[in-house]
Design a protein around this ligand. Sequence first.
Ligand SMILES: Cc1cc2nc3c(=O)[nH]c(=O)nc-3n(C[C@H](O)[C@H](O)[C@H](O)COP(=O)(O)OP(=O)(O)OC[C@H]3O[C@@H](n4cnc5c(N)ncnc54)[C@H](O)[C@@H]3O)c2cc1C
Length: 299
Amino acid sequence: MLSINAFNTYRIPQIFDYYRPRDLREALKLLESVEGAKVVAGGTDLVVDLKYRRIEVRALIDISRLDELRFIKLEDSYVEIGSAVTIQEIVESSIAREKLPLLVEAAESLGSWQIRNLATIGGNLCTASPAADTAPPLLVYDAELELVSLRGVRTVPIEKFFTGPKRVVLERGEILRSIRIPVSRNVFGWSYIKLRRTSFDVAKASVAVLLDARDGYIVDARVALGSVAPTPVRARGVERSIVGLKIEEAARVASERVVNEISPIDDARSTAWYRLQASKTLVSDAVWRAYERLLKIGV
Ligand SMILES: Cc1cc2nc3c(=O)[nH]c(=O)nc-3n(C[C@H](O)[C@H](O)[C@H](O)COP(=O)(O)OP(=O)(O)OC[C@H]3O[C@@H](n4cnc5c(N)ncnc54)[C@H](O)[C@@H]3O)c2cc1C
């Protein structure tokens, strides 16, 4: 008989109930009433945790097929994405490609095709990995997250959502329903750069930049990083320090200042020292790439 260990990942060494609710309300009722229940969407994080016994559950509530969580829609001033939309659906969405190219660039970099077909945007945020690829773009887009429970609805700015590695503000009984992303009238150049060991790997460090410029001077800059702090971080000090500068100077200053805004650690993927050094180059490259794209758009 095969023993259950770190090398045997075909088995889930736990017994639990499995529910597939018909609608969101039923999912919320189950989450409230079933002891030890957890929500599962694509399962690409959760099932790995179960296999390695990092968590224990009594029941899984599968929300991956709930229509109320599976939409991408464009309203006057924002795009709204249901939490159970898969990463591949974002990559292929014409709305996302037109209005949120930075999010699409990050989504394209997430895992392999197989993972992207299962993994959801909600799962990517709720798992709260500092390396989550959709987090830096959503931080610079100033996304808002709509959380629902039987008690009602509340909206949380994404900057307040992550509270630590694997920790978010979700309370017992709450589900992330959707992500609302304001659509700016301004045109931005964009860039998501991810440093990783292999083409399918999770980030050692990542950076998302949105940039607006006039006559070669930066007039608006938004910068966020992943995998270099306990949570994905918005680098507001970098943003403030480069507005008003010419692009050459802005890229240099961004690279100098970014070290004040991150606190990387050593882990299986990289060392703190390497992440610190790499972040300087990543930020500078991303500022340049966003600027070059802005010029191509013709602003
Ligand atoms: C081989 C491999 C490669 C990967 N590569 C990458 C990568 O390059 N970049 C990256 O960012 N990630 C990567 N991941 C991690 C993972 O695929 C993503 O984080 C994915 O988006 C998780 O989504 P999911 O739907 O599978 O979440 P699940 O595993 O279903 O859930 C994850 C957590 O979120 C909770 N949850 C899910 N949806 C909700 C909701 N709507 N409301 C409340 N809680 C919810 C679950 O209870 C669970 O705690 C990889 C994983 C694997 C196995």
